[in-house]
Structure formats: C-alpha cells, structure tokens
Design a protein around this ligand. Structure first.
Ligand code: ZN
Length: 235
C-alpha cells in the first residue's frame, strides 16, 4: 500500500483496491484514482480531525463511503450522502465486504479505527492516547493511563502493517508515553507518528532518546506534508 501524509493526523492510504482517507482537516489531498472506492474516516468531531469539506469529495467520487465516529452527528451529514454513512460507536464492528472495521474507544473523544482489508491491517488512533498533562491532578493522569492501556488491550500482540499514532510535543517530557506503550503492546510493522502540530523535530527527539529501542526500524520519520511511503504486504 502507498501512504501519503497530508498533515497533522491526515493520511491517504491507497491499497490495490481502495482508497482510505483518515482524519482530513486541511492540506492537499493527492489525486484520487477514480476506479477505486473511497472511504473517508473521521475519528471524532474536533476541528483538527474532521472537516465538512470532505463531503465535497462525493461529487467527484461517487463510489464513496463515510466511516465516522458517532459523535459526529448525523445532522451534520448532507442529505445526499446520508445513505453512504456508517456511523460507528466505540467497540463496534462494521464491514461491507471489502473492509472490516473495528473501533476502539478513545481517551479523548470518539474512536480509533482498526481496518482489515486485502490481508492487511491498518490502525488509526484518532485521539486515543495517554494524555498525561503536567499540572493535571495525579489521580486524573493515573486514570487516563489506566483507560488508555485498557482500551489498547484489544491490540495486544496484534500484527499491524501500518499504524498512525499520536506523538504530541505539547505533552513535553511525556510526549511519547502513548506511542511507546503502543509499540510494546501491539506488533506493528510501521508506525507513523502524527498529531505533531507540524513539529516534526519531535520524531527526531524520539530517535535521539531511544538509541537502543527495538522499534527504531518501525517508526517512520515524517519530514513534511505530501511525503509518500510504501508498505509492502508481508511475504
Ligand atoms: Zn486532535
């Protein structure tokens, strides 16, 4: 599959048979092969994960399906695409014959997506992360961590071909708590740090601070918008 980084938590994944657009909110969407069906995922309604502009895509791309977290109210979805909407709750499964989607409950709002298609597995965390904040009461931070770890349990030992996971510089010294736990818990082949607020130096920082990590080959260095990456199916 080919992966294009669009910006923030936005990625386009192109497989042999489909196009998967995750959490688009701004930036340039690459040309979309009109022979392939397009799936538009939105993990929750926050402005940096969901932009109603995505509905415009239905005009050029009639074979489209919107896979949204249920916190994006149906009333926000235009009448003409209501029949192309899958509105998912946390911990739900949905499939259409091409894709199988399992949702995880976010520790922020909405869901994370685990998508299986063509023998490959893709994970997009949305805002599911260990949101420890310096200054929050210790009890709050402890509860956060507990919830994060519990919600991720479904990924334990799970082979994931491409994963998109927050690495947020605003968390300062705790920036990699969530990603590190994800790396140890799931079994990902490639992990794309996201939600970096365009501060890609945070990825370099992770490499500098993890000189002996067994996951160094698995974490992808994103340097800017529009970059493309290939992830081949496992032989
Ligand atoms: Zn966010």
């Amino acid at each position: 599959m080919e992966i294009t980084y669009i910006g923030h938590s936005g990625f386009l994944v192109e497989t042999e048979q489909a196009l998967l657009l995750f959490d688009y909110y701004q930036g340039e969407i690459p040309p979309l092969a009109d022979t392939k069906p397009l799936y538009v995922f939105a993990s929750h309604r926050h402005g940096d994960h969901f932009n109603p502009q995505v509905f415009e895509l239905a005009k050029e791309h009639p074979e489209i399906c919107f896979v949204f977290s249920r916190d994006i109210w149906r009333s926000r979805v235009p009448e003409e695409v209501q029949d192309k909407l899958a509105s998912l709750k946390p911990r739900q499964q949905w499939q259409d014959g091409r894709l199988q989607v399992t949702t995880l409950k976010s520790t922020d709002e909405g869901v994370a997506f685990l998508v299986e298609t063509e023998g490959m597995t893709i994970y997009h965390a949305g805002d599911l992360n260990d949101w420890r904040w310096e200054g929050e009461p210790e009890g709050w931070n402890r509860q956060m961590q507990e919830n994060y770890r519990k919600n991720l349990e479904v990924l334990r030992g799970r082979r994931i071909d491409a994963a998109f996971v927050p690495l947020d510089p605003r968390q300062e010294k705790d920036y990699c708590l969530g990603m590190d736990y994800f790396l140890e818990t799931a079994c990902p082949r490639k992990v794309f740090p996201m939600h970096c607020w365009e501060d890609y130096g945070i990825i370099d920082r992770w490499f500098a601070e993890h000189p002996d990590s067994p996951f160094r080959d698995c974490v992808v260095k994103i340097g800017g918008r529009g970059e493309r990456f290939m992830v081949e199916a496992e032989a």
